[in-house]
Design a protein around this ligand. Sequence first.
Ligand SMILES: C[S@@+](CC[C@H](N)C(=O)[O-])C[C@H]1O[C@@H](n2cnc3c(N)ncnc32)[C@H](O)[C@@H]1O
Length: 217
Amino acid sequence: MKDYDKSHINYKEHWNKVYSSDDMTSLGWYEDIPKPSLDLIAKCGLTKEAKILDVGSGATTLIDNLIQQGYKNIIALDISAIALDKLKSRLSKENSEFIQWVVDDITNPQKLDFSLKVDLWHDRTVLHFLTDENRQAGYLSTLMKIVKKGGYVIIAVFSLEGAKKCSGLDVVNYDHKMISEFLGNDFELIKYLDHLYINPSGGKRPYVYTLFRRESI
Ligand SMILES: C[S@@+](CC[C@H](N)C(=O)[O-])C[C@H]1O[C@@H](n2cnc3c(N)ncnc32)[C@H](O)[C@@H]1O
């Protein structure tokens, strides 16, 4: 697996260290209820059997919420095994059965099963960490291979007014047009919204949330 880009940061090590802390609720992106994501997912009108890939899950409460809503085919993917272990340890054995756990780098996946063909790709704050063109291209290539025709893509990242760093790493700031351009003509923008997230230390973090649908043919 490729762990480095031109910045020589080992991302796997970085994120494992971040998630080694005990308190997941003090992370700068923690949400009690991930409302903007849940609202956009509801808009997709998916069946409870739909395959949902959450890219860069970390220890997100989105997974608990999706299980609670009855979704049964969830793939939680993260570069950090420690993050996914934290998430796993929160769930009952019964609820864990609705989740496939994949420790992988979305920009160059080695374990992700491309035959899955997912109905929904959900990413809250992975894309903005990809400051390197090669890693951006790797992300897009994975997305194109795994999102089924007619499937949905939700991407939430720091907006143009947003912070320039997150977790000590540089980020790329986006608006909905830039994300649309990044995904290309195959994807129709269905909805976008600006969301002011207040992090656990009280800091303001403006996000842009986008929902796209892939062409069905
Ligand atoms: C800021 S956290 C957000 C976590 C989660 N999406 C949430 O909203 O709570 C970013 C997450 O992306 C993961 N990540 C970063 N780069 C990644 C990559 N190339 N492939 C997979 N996961 C990645 C990190 O380990 C971390 O869990």
